[in-house]
Design a protein around this ligand. Sequence first.
Ligand code: BGC
Length: 351
Amino acid sequence: MRALTVQPGVSGSARLEQVAEPALTDGALLVQAIAVGICGTDVDIVRGEYGWAPDGRQRLILGHESIGRVLEAPPDSGFAPGDLVVGIVRRPDPLPCAYCAQGEWDMCRNGAYTERGIKSLDGYASERFRLEPAYAVRVENALGTLGVLLEPTSVVAKAWEHAERIGQRSDAWRPRSVLITGAGPIGLLAALLGRLRGLDVHVFDRVTRGPKPMLVAELGATYHAATLPSVERLAPDMIFECTGAPAVVADVLTRSAPSGIVCLAGVSSGGRTVPLDLGDLNRRMVLENDVVFGSVNANRRHYEQAAGALARADHAWLGRLITRQVPLDRWADAFERHEDDVKVVLRMEEA
Ligand code: BGC
């Protein structure tokens, strides 16, 4: 079968190649891949800046945002041929740490977790892959290819859950408004979850044209182009920072409202410095009870929350998030940035 593979650490090493059928040790479910989403992490891996091959191997099968159709499932697995499934990305560390031991591998304490398509485990960008039933999440058939949005939505569902748990430190917490920086797939899905909660949602992005302003408006949220809105006036209860751009990160850190909660969800590459008065930031955070926290990955609970959200979302809107579908044999096109891209997916099946 064909698979998109890469030698982690080596820029330009990605290629489509023939690989062996997936091993039974990968899990009892045999899945026909339908589509694989491409995100910033995949771009970093292809550039040689991130990623780890499985032990004893040089190459890794890419892909962690999946949607596939079950081909084979043991009778007692809870799955049946024809089911649409998404593979969970992370596997717990082998020790396991206290978090991984309770299925909260997204909070792994020792960094020894593994991730399909990213860290020491083959990913889902192969025509067929295998999954352990415990790491497969069923999505409703009506979602079809849109199920490929489940993994990024799970990451956002976790960020929302944690922000809300932090908010509940005060019995008086009644969130009304949220600011999201960055209208990429993560920012837009964060906005969707905010609207599903009935909140006043504001999205900031530097672009003034293309599909993003309309996607935000269609959600019933407010789009702020080019300049960050007056955070003081907006006084958002929560800020989700989804750009990872140091200047934007510095802005949201210093401009959150009193008792504000800032979730950092965008991964920066590092190496760029911006001026920051840390003493002033500390003073403000202490005197205002501000919280800043990071959020990555998702556990099974978050995938289920995400599946519920996608089922309730307008499927036509979700479809517009996927701005390009690239056939597997033209995979390199999926890694080229087009101006109007929001989410680009690789089509794993012949049309
Ligand atoms: C994935 C996460 C993963 C993270 C770090 C993200 O792109 O969505 O599941 O934990 O990269 O490897």
